[in-house]
Ligand binder design. Structure first.
Ligand code: F7E
Length: 288
């Protein structure tokens, strides 16, 4: 982000709130965006059990408010809806565009609503609206309360003597983890197609939290079993045990495929957090 006085500034921030319909319409009217990537949500699955109504309002109804603002202002735009693999929930793998949803959390239920309302606006008003059903996508920029970043941050702190334990929930859960950078490319590709459609974006590989832990700690030459403890607080009332996506349609139609593999992703995240904590500990000059 650069100050808007800077002649090279290309990113502009506007205030908005997914709970305030009128203001969304004013924003769209002023900006007239060519493309809208709707990623706004209360996006934490565990938190959605503590704040189900807020999650339904922002993650579910927030999408409706944005679609209705596009419809009522009549602007010509392309709309991307951040749908989620959590919508598949308890459905047996591999999960594709044809797999029926079995949501297991207030977050997933709200995303199912958002998915169908985006499809409805596409059909009812001929809106160019796509659902990208993205499986977990991670990077060094991942929020620290999601399990991958929670692990890599804790690991870097443990390595530098700033922390001695890492408390986790269900480490047997399996996810299809990809690199966020690759997935953003898929989102963009969807909006460049001649026709709006829905796509699963995944790697087609699944790994447990335990496998992530093992690879991450090995990278730092530590044994994860010495540092990890289980805390029931991080379990979910209903858990999604196994996600494994089938990205065949995206490969065929969008000509998309992931470039970063699981091991590379884990190493990228560990290395980034190691470098960050090192900088904090030893100052900007690097390691003493
Ligand atoms: O959990 C288990 C947890 O919170 C992954 C969001 O971006 O991806 C994300 O949802 C797994 C689960 O991501 C801890 O029970 C164990 O089985 O990193 P997560 P998520 O719930 O899969 C989807 C695609 C989205 O759409 C969401 O917005 O790891 N797990 N121990 C833990 N998870 C957390 N957060 N913290 C733990 O201590």
């Amino acid at each position: 982000y650069k100050d808007f006085h800077d002649p090279e500034a290309r990113v502009y921030l506007h205030y908005g709130d997914l709970s305030v319909s009128g203001q969304l319409a004013y924003l769209l009217h002023d900006i007239e965006p060519d493309e809208i990537y709707h990623l706004g949500a209360q996006s934490h699955v565990r938190v959605s059990f503590d704040m189900p109504e807020y999650t339904g309002d922002i993650t579910g109804l927030g999408t409706l408010r944005l679609l209705e603002a596009i419809h009522k202002t009549g602007i010509k735009t392309r709309f991307y809806q951040a749908s989620s693999s959590e919508m598949f929930g308890a459905a047996p793998p591999p999960q594709s565009e044809a797999t029926p949803f079995q949501p297991q959390s207030p977050y997933a239920a709200a995303k199912v609503y958002a998915y169908y309302i985006a499809r409805n606006y596409r059909e009812a008003y001929k809106m160019f609206a796509c659902n990208g059903i993205l499986f977990n996508h991670e990077s060094p920029r991942r929020g620290e309360t999601f399990v991958t970043r929670k692990i890599t941050m804790a690991l870097a702190r443990i390595k530098h003597g700033l922390q001695d334990k890492l408390f986790l929930g269900n480490i047997d859960a399996k996810r299809d983890w990809g690199f966020a950078g690759d997935y953003v490319e898929a989102m963009w590709l969807m909006l460049q197609q001649p026709k709006a459609d829905d796509f699963v974006i995944a790697t087609g590989e699944t790994h447990s939290v335990k496998e992530f832990l093992k690879l991450a700690f090995e990278r730092a030459e530590l044994d994860w079993k010495k540092y990890v403890a289980i805390d029931k607080r991080y379990f979910r009332p209903t858990e999604v045990e196994l996600l494994l996506g089938d990205p065949s349609k995206a490969k065929k139609v969008l000509k998309w495929k992931p470039k970063v593999g699981f091991k590379q992703l884990v190493h990228m995240m560990v290395d980034a957090d190691m470098a960050m904590v090192e900088k904090e500990v030893y100052g900007l000059k690097g390691k003493r």
